[in-house]
Design a protein around this ligand. Structure first.
Ligand SMILES: Nc1nc2c(c(=O)[nH]1)N[C@H]1C(S)=C(S)[C@@H](COP(=O)(O)O)O[C@H]1N2
Ligand SMILES: [Mo]
Length: 310
């Protein structure tokens, strides 16, 4: 995450929204035909995710082109450059897949991914995502609030934090053979942040099953925080009494804090956070406090010194 790089985007890949949507629809219809012929039970990466409802979480911003959101990724398990995840993550096996929800809960449970998918109605939510490296995207995610899952396992009175752990499997994730980060990738939230309705457990994007490079089969999306808080390919969710140490905090405690709220007034030690560049756009734009979600989340941090607790 050390260096801001310009995305290499072929202008021919920047498709106007309408063309993109028509093309996706056509591809989905084509995929539907093969699907019916082969009759697999579970939709796979790139196939339509059925039963996704519209939600109240929409934005006036233009959607980031699909090609940018799925080919310019941070997923260090598949290498540190932005193009590697799209190239290498195809090998990740996302079935069978289980997610253990444990720790300070009355009803710990290991969920099968296909059971978890049916836990609550899937909603399409158009969120801004702001990477700590000063690029941003606007993506229609599909999923439901993490709170839907957490309330079912009944957190105990001791639960104050939630830790998220990514799969650890160096055979499938070649980046884990490097000691650049401490594996498996871990992230954490305070319980009230995790229970906030904006905090999304995502299974899809642009009406499709999540491509592996975007964190299949399920990842977190916390839109008011820097992208690194949104852990991908999660296998464990643990409720804790004490604040966990996340992977990026361990890698650089003075650069990556536990809170990591998007804040244009607090610079990264090596670069400014005042502006951002949307993937697919040329000019930079100002970064908004809490990534534009201040009305929803500012009260979570009332009275906190955001310069110290960055
Ligand atoms: N397991 C894991 N999760 C991760 C990362 C990672 O390297 N490994 N990168 C994070 C960072 S820095 C960002 S910006 C987002 C990128 O998500 P996207 O590729 O879907 O845009 O994923 C986050 N989740
Ligand atoms: Mo990021």
């Amino acid at each position: 995450m050390s260096k801001m790089r310009s995305p290499k985007i072929d202008p021919s890949e920047i498709t106007p929204k309408e063309i993109y949507q028509a093309r996706r629809l056509f591809m989905r219809m084509a995929a539907g035909v093969t699907l019916a012929a082969l009759a697999p039970s579970v939709p796979r990466a790139g196939e339509a995710l059925p039963g996704v409802r519209k939600s109240r979480y929409v934005l006036p911003d233009a959607l980031t082109p699909y090609a940018d959101a799925t080919r310019y990724n941070n997923f260090y398990e598949f290498g540190t450059d932005k193009e590697s995840p799209a190239r290498l993550a195809g090998r990740l096996k996302t079935r069978p897949w289980t997610i253990a929800v444990e720790g300070e809960v009355h009803k710990p449970k290991v969920f099968d991914i296909d059971e978890l998918l049916k836990l609550a109605p899937l909603e399409e939510r158009i969120y801004r995502m702001r990477c700590v490296e000063a690029w941003s995207m606007v993506v229609p995610w599909a999923g439901f609030s993490l709170a839907e899952l957490l309330k079912r396992v009944e957190p105990t009175g001791n639960a104050k934090f939630v830790e998220f752990t990514t799969l650890h499997d160096p055979e499938q994730m070649p980046g884990q053979n490097s000691s650049l980060l401490e594996w498996p990738y871990r992230e954490g939230l305070r319980l009230d942040e995790a229970m906030h309705p904006l905090t999304l457990l995502a299974f899809g994007l642009y009406g499709e099953v999540l491509p592996n490079q975007n964190g299949a089969p399920l990842r977190l999306v916390v839109p008011w925080k820097y992208g690194f808080k949104s852990a991908k390919s999660i296998v464990r969710i643990r409720l804790l009494e004490h604040q966990p140490v996340s992977t990026w905090m361990r890698a650089g405690p003075n650069e990556y804090g536990f809170y990591a709220n998007v804040n244009p007034l607090v610079d990264h030690p090596r670069w400014s956070q005042a502006k951002e560049r949307r993937l697919g756009e040329f000019f930079k734009q100002p970064t908004l406090m809490f990534n534009g979600y201040a009305e929803d989340v500012a009260q979570l941090y009332a009275g906190m010194d955001l310069q110290k607790l960055f």
